[in-house]
Ligand binder design. Structure first.
Ligand code: ADP
Ligand code: ZN
Length: 734
């Protein structure tokens, strides 16, 4: 017999071949032979040989492009016993690949992040009561049997634990014939949420907003809703109603959160409302849990996932709603391997799946606002805080009129307010978006500045650790005592503040107060969650934090927020600088007064006339957006125009620059698209690699991807250490 088979019509056909997408930077799927008797369909997760290795991949759509004799193709080794990736998911992965100009294998890789989950979870061994009673009954045995006579199966340890006895007692009963062994399906990672567990009584504008969302879910189909409501207005309660309705319809829900690792309080709220926690998905999960969540999202056993941006790539069985909370947050942009914005891709995922998406923010992105104003997104407004909670009273502190003491960074105005707050036994939050003690160290004698050997950036002093560190590559060295340039001892000066230095100043002024610094470099996620809980319970008087305190935490005793340096983000050449500053400062000041305490926000600035500062204190977000949208429109910046950047990096500066110039020359001519650069990147050196940037600017609707593809195809090819990274819709311009 030959390897050819005869089909039903008697026509000889070669072995079947299918394209398989492999999780690596290949430009397309590769063809494999399907051995006789093996059943695969598009989406099947399979194991295939790749060179000397075995890898897991996904059977893709189409016939495969390899024009190779099928008999020479290598065969699929194994089909995993796993639900296939849905047609929607495959279409989504293809879309992301095409949009971001990333090889499809690299995008597919994000959907295959838990290889151990491709095999089914093993059954769990359990015991069931047979009805046979032992000859001799002890109190422990009686307790065990009382529990087990419920007719359900128990695990050995679970039963022993519940009965408050040792597993030896259970084993004794088993020998007496009281138990038989049964196999149980693996337990779910989380219990099923109940849409009607504890529905709140909504109030005022919440009622209408929730009804609107529920209607969107009921009528089904794709649509985007933007919930624009101030902090504390009940946005979460409102979108919970959309989740409940989706659950009632038997479909799964994905909630994206920008810093899931820090949102313990969110999980609790969800549990209060639905009687069970959502499954979590983020990079800090234990591998075993990750695998379970992946698998159970695919089988449909997990109904709701709350996760970081990568949760968008989970293989849901029947996804019916995506919520993007804090939709404006820059953390939704991934800038590693696959450069994508999870907020935008969530909308794409919903469109492909034909279900609703809900974007939520107190300070929506300009992009989403414009979509709302134009009617492309439905807008729901929640203009007031729930209950008797009031927004903090906000004031600018003009630092030219109220300068801090020499060597300090806190104005007398802010110091007085902190003092009063602490006296009242309430809490103060001081916000400065800068880790460490000081962003720059220099020698007072020769002027030497400590710079990273691998990057074009200053080394940041971290005094708690006794180190100076690079925030771009992680390079760290012991804080020196002497200048390496001139050798002078003890003449190094710290320039500018980081949170550690503010803490030092606070402790000098308020030695009795309990002060805590919250910064991602000082503690892991677990510790951070504990600290946040402790703060919520009032176990600190003064909290000093970086941006991670801005996000979603509820501190009932917080009645003062001080912004140490409101100007910090305004001058970095980023077209979104004003928007970002507005959002961040609004979020931080929104931490205060959430429980009805009269609260204040003091914003230290050297530019009190700046429109961002004016917008924040006046509470006139609308004016700010109008102005910002007008400026974007005039400059044809997103969303009125399109941007893409191309970053060329190489070990030698000349290589990076030469390659970038080559690309520029290869750029096609296109109506409405212009290319700028190459220019040396503001961060000219990172991890020993020199960087040059090109910026492509197009009118709305221009084919940026086509333009970039032509440029990359006609331009010089990557070689040696040269790497080209395309970033569509860039958020960072460094
Ligand atoms: P946002 O998400 O807009 O910041 P939240 O949904 O967190 O607002 O609501 C703020 C606070 O008010 C929360 O503690 C929430 O539990 C409470 N809250 C809001 N709406 C209601 C309601 N209808 N019934 C009871 N509590 C509510
Ligand atoms: Zn560095």
């Amino acid at each position: 017999m030959t390897s050819d088979s005869i089909d039903l019509f008697g026509v000889p056909s070669g072995p079947r071949t299918v394209p398989v997408m492999i999780p690596m930077p290949a430009p397309r799927a590769y063809s494999y032979a399907v051995p006789d008797g093996v059943a695969v369909e598009p989406g099947s997760i399979v194991q295939v040989p790749l060179g000397p290795r075995m890898v897991a991949g996904v059977v893709w759509d189409g016939d495969g492009e390899d024009k190779v004799d099928p008999r020479k193709l290598r065969p699929i080794e194994k089909v995993f016993d796993c639900p296939p990736l849905s047609r929607e998911m495959r279409a989504f992965l293809d879309w992301v690949s095409t949009y971001t100009l990333t090889p499809p294998g690299l995008v597919a890789r994000m959907a295959l992040r838990a290889p151990a989950a491709f095999d089914p979870e093993p059954m769990v061994e359990g015991l069931r009561f047979t009805g046979v009673r032992p000859e001799r009954l002890t109190p422990a045995r009686e307790r065990v049997l009382a529990l087990a006579s419920d007719g359900f199966a128990w695990t050995r340890s679970g039963l022993a634990h519940a009965a408050g006895t040792s597993s030896g007692v259970i084993d004794g009963l088993t020998r007496q014939g009281s138990f038989e062994t049964v196999f149980l399906p693996p337990p779910p990672v989380v219990a099923a949420p109940d849409p009607d567990h504890a529905a709140p009584r909504l109030e005022g504008p919440q009622t209408e907003a929730a009804a609107d969302l529920v209607e969107a879910v009921r009528s089904g189909g794709f649509g985007v809703t933007l919930i624009d409501g101030i902090t504390g207005s009940g946005k979460t309660e409102v979108y919970f109603e959309a989740i409940a309705e989706t659950l009632r319809a038997g479909r799964q829900v994905l909630i994206l959160l920008p810093e899931i690792a820090l949102t313990a309080s969110f999980l609790e709220r969800f549990q209060d409302r639905f009687g069970a926690r959502p499954a979590e998905w983020h990079s800090d999960l234990a591998p075993r849990i990750r695998e379970k969540v992946w698998r159970q999202a695919a089988t449909g056993d997990v109904r709701v996932v709350a996760g970081a941006r990568s949760a968008l790539f989970l293989p849901f069985e029947n996804l019916g709603l995506i919520i993007v909370d804090e939709e404006h947050d820059p953390a939704y942009k991934q800038e590693d391997r696959v450069f994508y914005n999870a907020r935008d891709m969530a909308v794409v995922r919903a469109r492909i799946g034909d279900f609703p998406a809900v974007l939520v923010s107190a300070t929506p992105s300009v992009e989403s606002r414009v979509n709302g104003d134009s009617g492309r997104y439905r807008m729901l407004h929640l203009p007031t805080r729930f209950g008797d909670a009031a927004l903090p009273d906000l004031h600018l502190v003009d630092m030219r009129r109220h300068p801090p003491q020499r060597g300090g960074f806190l104005s007398p105005v802010l110091l007085r307010a902190i003092g009063k707050t602490v006296e009242k036994r309430e809490q103060a939050l001081l916000f400065l978006n800068r880790r460490g003690y000081a962003p720059l160290t220099l020698c007072r004698v020769c002027g030497h500045r400590f710079q990273c050997p691998n990057c074009s950036s200053w080394l940041v002093e971290h005094r708690f650790r006794g180190q100076i560190q690079c925030h771009h590559c992680g390079h760290a060295e012991r804080t020196p005592d002497a200048c390496p340039e001139c050798g002078t001892l003890d003449h190094l000066a710290a320039c500018g503040p980081g949170v550690e230095r503010i803490a030092e100043e606070v402790e000098r002024h308020f030695p009795e107060a309990r002060t805590i610094v919250l910064s991602s470099d000082l503690m892991g996620v677990k510790r951070l969650r504990l600290e946040l809980e402790a703060i919520a319970k009032g176990e600190a008087d003064i909290v000093i934090g970086t941006q991670l305190v801005a996000k979603g935490h509820n501190f009932p005793l917080m009645s003062l927020v001080g912004i140490v340096d409101a100007d910090l983000g305004l001058s970095n050449g980023d077209p979104r600088a004003a928007e970002r500053t507005f959002q961040l400062l609004s979020q931080v000041t929104g931490r205060a007064g959430r429980s009805g305490l009269k609260s204040h926000g003091l914003i230290q600035t050297y530019q009190p006339q700046h429109p961002v500062m004016q917008a924040i204190v006046s509470g006139e977000a609308r004016d700010f957006y109008e102005r910002e949208i007008g400026e974007r429109e005039r400059a044809v910046l997103p969303p009125f125009g399109r941007l893409a950047s191309v970053i060329v990096s190489a070990e030698s500066r000349a290589d990076a620059e030469g390659h970038a110039r080559g690309l520029r020359q290869a750029a096609p001519r296109a109506d409405g698209i212009a290319i700028l650069g190459p220019a040396e990147a503001p961060l000219a050196l990172v991890r020993g690699r020199h960087r040059f940037r090109l910026l492509v600017h197009g009118r709305r609707g221009s084919d940026m991807q086509g333009y970039l593809k032509a440029m990359l195809a006609n331009g010089p090819k990557e070689r040696g250490s040269i790497h080209v990274q395309v970033d569509i819709d860039p958020q960072s311009f460094l």
